[in-house]
Design a protein around this ligand. Structure first.
Ligand SMILES: [Zn+2]
Length: 95
């Protein structure tokens, strides 16, 4: 076997079969048929806090879990999806 996959998730990879296709979970990344766990390298993301220096609010985003925190009013009104959190997520997903 020559293929190899980097699994960049916090949780260890698992292989599932769905509709005759093979996926790595979490993440639902489709991989070649016959892929084994030994073909997948588990790359754990670094735990990092990403503050927003230009905001008067304290916004923290944890890329490895997808969780975010902000202390503005919009954060509570939107149940955790204020514009600061959205901006941080966009920034991190673009990397
Ligand atoms: Zn906010």
């Amino acid at each position: 076997m020559s293929w190899r996959y980097d699994h960049r998730e916090f949780l260890p990879p698992n292989l599932v079969q769905f509709n005759g296709k093979t996926y790595i979970v979490p993440g639902w990344r489709r991989v070649a048929k016959g892929t084994r766990l030994s073909n997948i390298r588990h790359v754990k993301p670094q735990i990092s806090e990403v503050p927003v220096p230009t905001s008067k609010y304290k916004t923290i985003y944890y890329p490895e879990s997808g969780k975010a925190y902000c202390d503005c009013m919009g954060y509570f009104r939107s149940k955790g999806n204020c514009k600061h959190v959205k901006a941080l997520k966009l920034e991190n997903n673009g990397q």
